[in-house]
Write a protein that binds this ligand. Structure first.
Ligand code: ZN
Length: 341
């Protein structure tokens, strides 16, 4: 089969011919039909997520089951499935307690710690394949697998968005952020979108943002946020960028009882004032991906048309590096998508 292989972390992936995978006990093989591409993959390819190379990357995936290993009874050949990309143990207290992304025996990520789906087929534990509901296409299901379900978990469980809230989304025009705009709107919130270009802000407005903040050097971003909220601050701030400066903004822009949530994996530190936390009961926290149940819910709301995939670029999977180039150049609006013959 054709596969895009990274020989060493930090290098570009190249097309190779590989043997089609054979499923072991408890595994299944998916014939890949669509994949999503975002910034996380570039961080993975740099080696920042650990794992080993040579590696076939790709974790936002959808397709058809083409082979089953022994003991797999809950899937069938021909079934349309999407991939849950966290390799969890299924037995620890967090897995059993409905917080599996905090797994105590975490096995890593599809496409980093074992081969992913920038290839014609991908072999994974059968528990990592979730059926796609009727009415949802392969591409939408693939993008649901990270760019949308991450927001479903974040908005409902961590930011706890409600209809009367104003929420600040930092990096709202990116691949995850643009779906965050839609999910926050689904909960009824008023959305302030922040990003680094007018094009990304226009895209955020197109998908439902009520107000925008252009991030530029020297701007008083907390002050702008306060002006847009009559001096109160925001009920929640979600940071998709994750630099120390952006998360400091998220914390400092909060209203009383507000929640600052980190979603983007960046670098840097932010500080909190314990007295302010005490007096205002602000919450500073993180949001880690999505459970399988939340992923299923995400595909269901997308099948109903409540959140739509925002795809800014679509190429064959053998040209995935051209999407990485667009992400690096900051010229990709929304998510990248890959097609398979
Ligand atoms: Zn576990």
């Amino acid at each position: 089969m054709k596969a895009m292989v990274v020989q060493q972390w930090g290098e570009r992936s190249r097309l190779e011919e590989r043997a089609a995978p054979q499923p072991g006990p408890g595994e299944a093989v998916l014939g890949v039909r669509a994949a999503g591409v975002g910034l996380t993959l570039l961080n993975m390819r740099s080696g920042a997520f650990g794992g080993s190379a040579p590696r076939i990357m790709g974790h936002e995936l959808a397709g058809d089951i083409v082979a089953l290993g022994s003991g797999v009874t809950h899937l069938r050949v021909g079934q349309r499935c999407a991939v849950y990309f966290y390799l969890t143990c299924g037995r620890c207290r967090f897995c059993r307690g409905g917080r599996e992304t905090l797994c105590e025996a975490f096995g890593g990520y599809v496409g980093v710690h074992r081969d992913g789906g920038f290839a014609e087929q991908v072999c994974l534990p059968a528990e990592n394949f979730l059926p796609i509901p009727d009415g949802l296409g392969y591409e939408a299901a693939a993008i649901a697998a990270d760019a949308v379900n991450t927001n479903w978990h974040c908005m409902r469980e961590r930011a706890r968005i409600a209809a009367h809230d104003t929420v600040l989304l930092i990096g709202a025009g990116g691949g995850v952020g643009i779906h965050g705009v839609q999910v926050a709107r689904l909960f009824g919130a008023r959305v302030i979108a922040a990003d680094v270009t007018q094009e990304k802000l226009a895209l955020a407005q197109q998908w439902g943002a009520d107000a925008t903040i252009l991030v530029r050097d020297g701007a008083d971003l907390v002050g702008e946020t306060l002006r847009l909220t009559a001096g109160r601050g925001v009920a929640a701030a979600v940071d998709y960028v994750g630099s120390g400066a952006t998360f400091q903004w998220a914390i400092d822009a909060l209203a009383t009882a507000g929640r600052a949530v980190i979603v983007g994996v960046g670098q840097g530190r932010a500080s909190v004032d314990p007295r302010t936390l005490l007096q205002t009961e602000r919450i500073v926290t993180g949001s880690r991906h999505s459970t399988r149940a939340e992923f299923v819910e995400t595909m269901e709301i997308m099948a109903r048309g409540l959140v739509k995939p925002v795809v800014g670029m679509r190429v064959p999977f053998t040209e995935v590096e051209s999407v990485f180039d667009a992400i690096t150049a900051r010229t990709l609006p929304g998510r990248g998508a890959l097609t398979y013959d």
